[in-house]
Ligand binder design. Sequence first.
Ligand SMILES: [Zn+2]
Length: 131
Amino acid sequence: MERRSSLSAISKGKCPRCRQGDMFTHNPFILKKIASMHESCTNCNLRYETEPGFYYGAMYVSYAFSVGILLANVITLYFLFNDPEIWVYITSVAISSTILYPLVFRYSRIIFLHIFGGVKYRADLRNSTTT
Ligand SMILES: [Zn+2]
């Protein structure tokens, strides 16, 4: 049986318990459905929203992503483009943040659930399709 690593499950947006069921219903770039998640895992039936408002905490992960995007832009522009004018920095950060927003939103929730959801991986639940 194939064993999926935690990193692989996070990168593919899979359930933290069985690492098989999808967390989200649609592609992240379909913006109308960006937040639509399965209520529970389609494979092991784990409820994804462990308590009301659980995903408010994902804002902290999102904040970390935003700081990373900002730093990556500043470092790249400063060293590769010889410290351009300030409007170039602002425009670059605004464009890259906008383009990456769907991924930041999704991965913030995925990482938050995997790390702070208190769910342990159970290999025996793979391919279980419980009712
Ligand atoms: Zn699952």
